[in-house]
Design a protein around this ligand. Structure first.
Ligand code: ZN
Length: 67
């Protein structure tokens, strides 16, 4: 089920919100890490959840394709 105006279903939308929340913490912890760098790192982390990884990969593709 997709949320109107979103690329994602409810599970992935929730993961995206978590991803963005975590990013704020990472920018502090890793001195202004870039969004793309963050997404790439998250998508390869063992401890990342499956939903988070999928969203990170998708957002990275979007970002690199200039959207
Ligand atoms: Zn989904």
């Amino acid at each position: 089920m997709r949320i109107p105006g979103s690329n994602y279903c409810i599970e992935h939308e929730t993961a995206l919100k978590e991803l963005r929340r975590m990013y704020h913490r990472w920018t502090v912890a890793f001195d202004g890490i870039k969004w793309e760098r963050y997404l790439d790192t998250i998508s390869k982390l063992q401890e990342s959840g499956q939903w988070i990884k999928e969203v990170a990969k998708f957002e990275l593709k979007l970002s690199l394709s200039g959207s």
